[in-house]
Design a binder for this molecule. Sequence first.
Ligand SMILES: NC(=O)C1=CN([C@@H]2O[C@H](COP(=O)(O)OP(=O)(O)OC[C@H]3O[C@@H](n4cnc5c(N)ncnc54)[C@H](OP(=O)(O)O)[C@@H]3O)[C@@H](O)[C@H]2O)C=CC1
Ligand SMILES: CC(=O)[C@](C)(O)C(=O)O
Length: 333
Amino acid sequence: MAKIYYDSDASLEPIKGKKVAILGYGSQGHAHALNLKDSGVDVVIGLHEKSRSREKAKKDGFEVLTPSEASKVADIIMFLVPDTVQPDLYRECVEPNLNPKKTLAFAHGFNIHFKQIVPPPDVDVFMVAPKGPGHLVRWMYEEGKGVPALVAIYQDATGGCLDKALAYAKGLGATRAGVIETSFKEETETDLFGEQSVLCGGVTALIKAGFETLTEAGYQPEVAYFECLHELKLIVDLIYQYGIAGMRYSISDTAKYGDVTRGERIYEAVKPLMKDILTEIQKGEFAREWVLENKAGRPVYHALLERDREHLIEKVGEELRKMMPWITGKELK
Ligand SMILES: NC(=O)C1=CN([C@@H]2O[C@H](COP(=O)(O)OP(=O)(O)OC[C@H]3O[C@@H](n4cnc5c(N)ncnc54)[C@H](OP(=O)(O)O)[C@@H]3O)[C@@H](O)[C@H]2O)C=CC1
Ligand SMILES: CC(=O)[C@](C)(O)C(=O)O
């Protein structure tokens, strides 16, 4: 059984009185900065002069420096810019300001695990990886709740790196839900696998395939939307709250039989593909592809995102969600 750390297992003391530089103010960046500040931690934001996030960070009450200036004054430097820009940011703005008293921190292990960033051996390096989108990390914190996280230590030059990582996780609100200690390798490989095969990539594939199967058979797109997307949230909410058995308690016997029989055939079809996707991650093939895609200006990334933005399900969904204003809650900003 994994060792799970909760609030009572962690203290903020190791980072109290230390300055934490958050490089980036996007999905995770704004959440980490605001949660840590609300937890009493001294936070400074590092953003390039032309960053669109500068005004938002200032409006949220933060001192905003350049990444280089922030790295100079900080004790802990957390990388919360896109993974693909971190290596250049590290080399240009952080590495020149490093010394053994500073700590590097990450929210995903990609660049350390795939050696896109190789820190000097005399600095502490940790990861606190929330298992949820940044906006939820902030909203759950504001509600007195927390998003679970993984914590990993890559280098412990001082002997106190885990305490610092757990303090950071506590400041995020993650120890309210539970923090599992892992490795950069395990977090990177499982996170990439999950977001590609189960969460984002997996669930989007199921939704689109189901929607298209129904609409191509002549059923109304609105019916297909309610069946394959809208109701999915309701079913997943039950699984989230009560487990698979709990969800099955609430659905009909007819649905249960279809679930365990036809669902078995989908399971048999997708699991070999999932294993292939994991192997590509483990062998570094995905990492190489993603690094090269960025060097080429993200042609595939932009083309496929644009294709999906034009998908019928997006147009149908936009109209139907207007009739249920309670769905769209806080603004995603
Ligand atoms: N998104 C999520 O929920 C999760 C993300 N993570 C990890 O957190 C880290 C941050 O991810 P995420 O929050 O999604 O990142 P975002 O894409 O939301 O980060 C955007 C921020 O990075 C800045 N930025 C963008 N490009 C550059 C650049 N070239 N140089 C400097 N700053 C730049 C943006 O500035 P501006 O746009 O203002 O110019 C903005 O402030 C990643 O390692 C990711 O893997 C981990 C768990 C979940
Ligand atoms: C939200 C999260 O943890 C993801 C999907 O892995 C990510 O955005 O990187």
